[in-house]
Design a protein around this ligand. Structure first.
Ligand code: GLN
Length: 260
């Protein structure tokens, strides 16, 4: 009898250990995350004003502050995992991070491999050129265009002409938007296709650049998550709806995007 009790105690302890050691864990809000008590958000922190690294090394930007507000609502500690844009998408897709917030455009291809929250912003892609350049919206197909690898700008521009793109030969993919803009400044490409808000920041930071009149593409930004984590998806949508309803979301946007 005594032996039996001891055995049961051991089994009980093992079950407890298993529960504690299970990779990830449930938070008070009932969501399962990659690491217990934490919300890992992967990003590519060179996409102002959505995500960037501040002078003191901390992360700032709309996505970063919204991520912090969501984490708080879920009772989780926010951890930002900064990496390349492609890697940030993959991390969420493969469940190495809980979600990706990187000004991510929702498109069909991505919807096949990850789940998306409700959209929280409109992303407009624009074309940056050198001031006085001959490049316009209609002759882009004759130009060499710089983009950031893995972005929708790269995907759509490098698509075949039949599909509305300019063909791979006309597009150069760089590891970051900043490098694409540098290539434009140095004359290695004739134009850069990139999301409007970072475009404004790059034009402001580099003399002699301007954006073409007009919108090259209009898209929706959303938070990407691993397929099937419905509890997290629902909790994030609920948190986001609350942040919108109580004005927190707009206050964060206004802080980074001055009303024009
Ligand atoms: N919105 C674009 C995309 O999702 C670019 C995002 C980015 O460069 N961070 O592809």
């Amino acid at each position: 009898m005594k032996k039996m009790k001891k055995l049961m105690a051991i089994v009980g302890a093992m079950a407890l250990m298993l529960a504690l050691c299970a990779c990830g864990g449930k938070a008070a809000s009932g969501v399962t995350t990659v690491e217990k008590g934490k919300l890992h958000v992967s990003t590519n922190a060179e996409f102002p004003p959505y995500e960037m690294v501040a002078d003191d090394g901390s992360f700032e930007g709309i996505d970063m502050e919204v991520a912090a507000a969501i984490a708080k609502k879920l009772g989780l500690e926010l951890v930002i995992d900064d990496m390349g844009f492609d890697a940030a998408l993959l991390a969420a897709q493969n469940g190495q991070s809980d979600m990706v917030m990187a000004g991510v455009t929702v498109n069909e291809e991505r919807q096949k491999v990850m789940d998306f929250s409700d959209s929280y912003a409109t992303g407009v892609q624009v074309v940056i050129v050198k001031e006085g350049s001959e490049v316009n919206m209609d002759n882009l197909g004759d130009c060499t265009i710089g983009t950031q690898l893995g972005t929708t700008g790269y995907i759509y521009a490098s698509d075949s002409v039949e599909n509305g793109g300019y063909g791979e030969d006309h597009v150069v993919g760089y590891d970051s938007g900043a490098l694409a803009v540098m290539a434009l400044v140095n004359g290695q490409v004739d134009a850069v296709i990139i999301d409007d808000k970072p475009a404004q920041a790059y034009v402001k930071a580099n003399a002699g650049l301007t954006t073409l009149e007009g919108e090259w593409a209009v898209e929706d930004y959303a938070i990407g998550m691993k397929k099937g984590n419905t509890a997290l998806l629902e909790a994030v949508n609920k948190a986001m709806a609350e942040l919108k309803a109580d004005g927190t979301f707009q206050a964060i946007v206004d802080k980074y995007i001055k009303a024009d």
